[in-house]
Design a protein around this ligand. Sequence first.
Ligand SMILES: Cc1cc2nc3c(=O)[nH]c(=O)nc-3n(C[C@H](O)[C@H](O)[C@H](O)COP(=O)(O)OP(=O)(O)OC[C@H]3O[C@@H](n4cnc5c(N)ncnc54)[C@H](O)[C@@H]3O)c2cc1C
Length: 471
Amino acid sequence: MAVLDTSTLETEIAKIVGKENVSTDFVDLIAHERDDQFATVPPHLPDFIVRPANKAEIQEVIRFANENKIPIVPYGSGINRKGLCIAQKGGIILDLRRMRKIEVDEKMMVAKIGPGVNFVEMVTALNKYPHLRCLAPDAPATASVLANYMLRGIYPTATRYGIDHLITMEIVLPNGEILDTGSAATPGSPGPYCGIVNGPDLTKLFQANVGTMGVITEGRIRLYPMPEKIVPLTIRYKDFKSMIEPATQFAYKNLVAGIWVMTFDPEAISTFMDMRGADEEVFMSLVFLEGTEEEVQKHKEQVVKIAAASNGDTMDLPDFMAKEFVQDHRYMRSFIRGWRKGNLWGCSVYAPMTNVVKMYEDSKKLCKKNNLEGRLHFEAIPVHPFHNGQLTYVDPCVMWDGGKPEEVENIRQLSADIRKAFLDIGIYGFFRAFPGTINSHELGMYGEIWRKIKKLIDPNNIMNPGNPPLH
Ligand SMILES: Cc1cc2nc3c(=O)[nH]c(=O)nc-3n(C[C@H](O)[C@H](O)[C@H](O)COP(=O)(O)OP(=O)(O)OC[C@H]3O[C@@H](n4cnc5c(N)ncnc54)[C@H](O)[C@@H]3O)c2cc1C
């Protein structure tokens, strides 16, 4: 931490962003001390909350922080759920929510957005272009679009459209210089929208890097055509295994925009969805059909047939739920799907579909071992038809109560047990570079190069130096 005292530092930062945009008030700091994963990522207070208005201010703040060795944690909206915005070494939380510019390029089907733009604002801005949409996660509508795309999210329609919606970005590096990863570098370029640049695609270097290499000040994101029709369906099955083959086929045959293989323990369904009436575990797939009226009808017939061959019973969703899913693309989202009470733990990974049954069975066993039986909600979603429906997002979620010390211990142990079990079964990688899941030292040469690049770009290790993987 810096040699200058806090009050002098605050005065200096205030000269850059204005007095009203820097705070050392305990009331502001305490709000950033923890997130709902405090069982696995310990709380820690930042020293300053700083709210820059533009990239020039960010450049000055970063230069100042670098000179004084003050850690910086970029902050989109702080709801990543895994402690990525906890200032483990103190320093600055750089709150980017004042940077809300949105520019839509209808012709190129992209938007240029600031890091403070959230999904409500993005979706609302696109209401002016009824033939276009962005892909929104099942996250609260306050999530930063850029942070979500930079981290690579999971989306209801990931089976058809994948998980990468970010094309290029503008980044303020720890030395205060600006890097544009797009085609803007080409002399006379018509714009920064293209990821096909003169050499390696540096966007990928900054993606999923959780604010450890610089501050993203602008992102260029993909927009997609709005389909004529979106129809969600549910399919009930008798057991977990029966859901796997149909899901793989839906993805491979490109019949669906999204297929979510899911289970709910009785207690999970009541805390998760506020639904009643489940006495035993529910095995249910959620399907999103998209396209023209005719395509949707044709695909629906095939889906029903494939599901029936595995004893799956297809149903239309109740009207109110179907409407909510469809409106996600046009809405101001009126509710957050997800848990209604308590805390939710998850350990998301990418794995081949062939390993998912074992992952589910081990998750059940490990919940039981750690006194969390009856709380599991398990999800698996193929994320691109290209891999034959095999490349799959997997998420065992457990409802827990952070107010009970014994449950905090149980969740800590479950977290360690499931991490180990999944690595033993075989995964492609963890969903995001969350604290406690990835350690670059376990990744051989890949990790070594990653750390070297980090050192080159951020020699003073000021950028998000807490628990992210680059220790
Ligand atoms: C109820 C709930 C449900 C959710 N469901 C989903 C879901 O279905 N799909 C999904 O994808 N996500 C989901 N999430 C996760 C969450 O929405 C995303 O992680 C979110 O998009 C990122 O959070 P954020 O915008 O608050 O970013 P933050 O938490 O503020 O930041 C995330 C990380 O990115 C870094 N960062 C942020 N902005 C910048 C920047 N401009 N430059 C450099 N680094 C930056 C931060 O330092 C941090 O490491 C859910 C979350 C909740 C609470």
